[in-house]
Design a binder for this molecule. Sequence first.
Ligand code: SF4
Length: 226
Amino acid sequence: MHDLSTIMDEMEHALNTNNFLRLTALEDLHKNENGDPFKILIGTILSSRTRDENTTKALIKLFKRYKGAKDISKANPDDIKKEISSVGFYNVKAIRIKEVAEIIEKKFHGLVPDSEEELLKLPGVGRKTANCVLVYAFQKSAIPVDTHVHRISNRLSLVNTKTAQETEKELNNYVDKKHWITLNSTFVRYGQNICLPINPKCRYCNLKKICKYYHTENEKKKNIPN
Ligand code: SF4
């Protein structure tokens, strides 16, 4: 196992020195909306299988029309669909976010719960979304594992897993709690800008020595006949 502090420092250094400075949609939300838990919850639901810029676009349109949970709980799903049409699966997501808004209004008096247990009971909220809300809205220690965190953790042999759920479990055991809150944001920015799913930009990366993926790919290239 490698020291995660050093790994995250190397990632931040590579992002900064190569001018990959754009924030993720969730970091953006956290910064611009003062960590508004309802907007972060809805933003995380909208972000699934969607590019960050399209999530941000949908959120801006949605909250321009509706002020918060109360308004969305009373909205017509067809009108919600129009506002969020830039995200993937917007038909299903429109219905989900209306249901979530109704529950937040009725059961929690308009306030998003700050416990994993209650968050997981909301429709369309899985572990990743619940953990994102805990980290980005409430600054509670959790490790949201999305596709970037899962891929990079395996490439760097921090874990050896097949699913995001297994990765979360292994990272929870392995990573010191002081890193939990920042791990997602560093890994997601690294995954969006340098350690891409296909053709990662390894030339910018100082983690080649410890990267299983990098060595495997190099070996494959050596074995290609001329
Ligand atoms: S060496 Fe390449 S594949 Fe490995 S962590 Fe760095 S960018 Fe990702």
